[in-house]
Ligand binder design. Structure first.
Ligand code: ATP
Length: 136
Protein backbone atom coordinates (compact mmCIF):
# COMPACT_ATOMS: atom_id res chain seq x y z
CA UNK A 1 0.00 0.00 0.00
CA UNK A 2 1.28 3.45 -0.86
CA UNK A 3 2.66 5.49 2.02
CA UNK A 4 2.12 2.65 4.44
CA UNK A 5 4.46 0.26 6.17
CA UNK A 6 3.67 -3.38 6.67
CA UNK A 7 4.63 -4.14 10.26
CA UNK A 8 5.07 -7.81 11.09
CA UNK A 9 6.16 -9.12 14.48
CA UNK A 10 7.07 -12.81 14.45
CA UNK A 11 8.30 -14.96 17.36
CA UNK A 12 8.88 -18.70 17.79
CA UNK A 13 5.44 -18.70 19.45
CA UNK A 14 3.76 -17.40 16.29
CA UNK A 15 2.76 -14.26 14.42
CA UNK A 16 2.14 -11.62 17.08
CA UNK A 17 1.13 -8.75 14.82
CA UNK A 18 0.63 -7.94 11.15
CA UNK A 19 -0.92 -4.75 9.81
CA UNK A 20 -0.28 -1.69 7.65
CA UNK A 21 0.85 1.24 9.80
CA UNK A 22 2.20 4.78 9.34
CA UNK A 23 5.30 4.82 11.54
CA UNK A 24 7.37 2.40 13.64
CA UNK A 25 9.86 3.15 16.42
CA UNK A 26 12.01 0.39 17.94
CA UNK A 27 15.05 -0.15 20.16
CA UNK A 28 17.95 -1.04 17.84
CA UNK A 29 21.19 -2.22 19.42
CA UNK A 30 22.81 1.01 18.11
CA UNK A 31 19.98 3.11 19.54
CA UNK A 32 16.34 3.86 18.99
CA UNK A 33 15.27 4.22 15.35
CA UNK A 34 12.15 5.46 13.63
CA UNK A 35 10.85 4.28 10.26
CA UNK A 36 8.48 6.09 7.92
CA UNK A 37 7.37 4.79 4.51
CA UNK A 38 10.15 5.12 1.94
CA UNK A 39 12.96 4.47 4.45
CA UNK A 40 16.23 3.10 3.06
CA UNK A 41 16.60 -0.64 3.67
CA UNK A 42 18.65 -1.81 6.65
CA UNK A 43 19.02 -4.73 8.99
CA UNK A 44 19.67 -4.36 12.71
CA UNK A 45 19.68 -6.36 15.90
CA UNK A 46 17.22 -5.24 18.54
CA UNK A 47 17.63 -4.62 22.23
CA UNK A 48 15.05 -5.84 24.68
CA UNK A 49 12.61 -2.97 24.95
CA UNK A 50 9.67 -1.13 23.54
CA UNK A 51 8.35 -0.99 20.00
CA UNK A 52 5.78 1.64 19.11
CA UNK A 53 3.70 2.07 16.00
CA UNK A 54 1.36 4.80 14.84
CA UNK A 55 -1.63 4.19 12.64
CA UNK A 56 -3.79 7.25 12.04
CA UNK A 57 -4.39 8.77 15.48
CA UNK A 58 -3.65 5.50 17.22
CA UNK A 59 -0.37 4.80 19.02
CA UNK A 60 0.31 1.24 20.24
CA UNK A 61 3.10 -0.27 22.30
CA UNK A 62 4.76 -3.69 22.36
CA UNK A 63 7.37 -5.35 24.54
CA UNK A 64 9.99 -6.94 22.26
CA UNK A 65 12.53 -9.35 23.74
CA UNK A 66 15.64 -8.96 21.54
CA UNK A 67 15.87 -10.16 17.93
CA UNK A 68 16.26 -8.59 14.50
CA UNK A 69 14.53 -5.94 12.43
CA UNK A 70 14.51 -5.94 8.65
CA UNK A 71 13.50 -2.55 7.30
CA UNK A 72 12.50 -1.76 3.72
CA UNK A 73 10.70 1.18 2.08
CA UNK A 74 7.31 -0.47 2.66
CA UNK A 75 7.91 -2.93 5.52
CA UNK A 76 9.32 -3.52 8.98
CA UNK A 77 9.74 -7.18 9.88
CA UNK A 78 10.57 -7.96 13.49
CA UNK A 79 11.89 -11.40 14.43
CA UNK A 80 11.97 -11.57 18.20
CA UNK A 81 12.46 -14.15 20.96
CA UNK A 82 9.10 -13.10 22.41
CA UNK A 83 6.82 -10.08 22.07
CA UNK A 84 3.53 -8.90 23.51
CA UNK A 85 1.21 -6.00 22.91
CA UNK A 86 1.12 -3.79 26.04
CA UNK A 87 -2.54 -4.69 26.58
CA UNK A 88 -1.70 -8.41 26.56
CA UNK A 89 1.05 -8.26 29.18
CA UNK A 90 0.13 -10.23 32.27
CA UNK A 91 1.51 -7.92 34.95
CA UNK A 92 1.06 -10.44 37.77
CA UNK A 93 3.07 -12.99 35.79
CA UNK A 94 5.81 -10.42 35.15
CA UNK A 95 5.86 -9.49 38.86
CA UNK A 96 6.20 -13.16 39.80
CA UNK A 97 9.07 -13.56 37.29
CA UNK A 98 10.69 -10.43 38.73
CA UNK A 99 10.43 -11.79 42.29
CA UNK A 100 11.90 -15.17 41.29
CA UNK A 101 14.81 -13.47 39.53
CA UNK A 102 15.47 -11.10 42.43
CA UNK A 103 15.49 -13.98 44.91
CA UNK A 104 17.96 -15.91 42.75
CA UNK A 105 20.20 -12.88 42.43
CA UNK A 106 20.20 -12.35 46.22
CA UNK A 107 21.66 -15.82 46.75
CA UNK A 108 24.58 -14.72 44.58
CA UNK A 109 26.07 -18.20 44.45
CA UNK A 110 25.46 -21.29 42.39
CA UNK A 111 23.17 -19.39 40.09
CA UNK A 112 23.26 -18.56 36.43
CA UNK A 113 23.70 -14.83 36.97
CA UNK A 114 23.19 -13.81 33.34
CA UNK A 115 20.01 -15.87 33.09
CA UNK A 116 18.53 -14.37 36.27
CA UNK A 117 19.48 -10.87 35.14
CA UNK A 118 17.88 -11.34 31.71
CA UNK A 119 14.73 -12.63 33.35
CA UNK A 120 14.70 -9.60 35.67
CA UNK A 121 15.18 -7.25 32.70
CA UNK A 122 12.34 -8.88 30.75
CA UNK A 123 9.99 -8.65 33.72
CA UNK A 124 10.91 -5.01 34.45
CA UNK A 125 10.41 -3.97 30.81
CA UNK A 126 7.07 -5.81 30.63
CA UNK A 127 5.80 -4.06 33.76
CA UNK A 128 6.85 -0.64 32.39
CA UNK A 129 5.35 -1.26 28.94
CA UNK A 130 2.11 -2.63 30.42
CA UNK A 131 1.60 0.82 31.95
CA UNK A 132 1.54 2.23 28.42
CA UNK A 133 -1.59 0.35 27.51
CA UNK A 134 -4.09 2.52 25.72
CA UNK A 135 -7.51 3.02 27.20
CA UNK A 136 -10.15 1.42 25.02
P1 ATP B 1 8.11 -16.31 32.56
O1 ATP B 1 9.23 -16.56 33.52
O2 ATP B 1 6.91 -15.68 33.21
O3 ATP B 1 7.76 -17.50 31.66
P2 ATP B 1 9.83 -15.25 30.49
O4 ATP B 1 10.44 -13.90 30.44
O5 ATP B 1 10.74 -16.39 30.76
O6 ATP B 1 8.62 -15.18 31.55
P3 ATP B 1 9.58 -15.54 27.66
O7 ATP B 1 10.52 -16.70 27.48
O8 ATP B 1 10.06 -14.19 27.27
O9 ATP B 1 9.01 -15.55 29.15
O10 ATP B 1 8.23 -15.81 26.84
C1 ATP B 1 7.59 -17.08 26.80
C2 ATP B 1 6.17 -16.88 26.26
O11 ATP B 1 5.34 -16.33 27.29
C3 ATP B 1 6.06 -15.91 25.10
O12 ATP B 1 4.97 -16.30 24.28
C4 ATP B 1 5.72 -14.58 25.77
O13 ATP B 1 5.03 -13.71 24.88
C5 ATP B 1 4.84 -15.05 26.93
N1 ATP B 1 4.94 -14.20 28.12
C6 ATP B 1 5.95 -14.19 29.02
N2 ATP B 1 5.70 -13.33 30.03
C7 ATP B 1 4.50 -12.77 29.75
C8 ATP B 1 3.67 -11.82 30.41
N3 ATP B 1 4.04 -11.26 31.56
N4 ATP B 1 2.50 -11.49 29.84
C9 ATP B 1 2.10 -12.06 28.68
N5 ATP B 1 2.82 -12.97 28.00
C10 ATP B 1 4.01 -13.34 28.54
Amino acid sequence: MENKLKLEIVTPYGLVFSDDVDEVTAAGSEGEFGVLPGHAPFLTTLKRGMLTYKKGNEVRYFFVNSGFAEVGPDKVIILADSAERSEDIDVERAKAAMKRAEERLKKAEEIDFARAESSLERATARIQIAEKRTAR
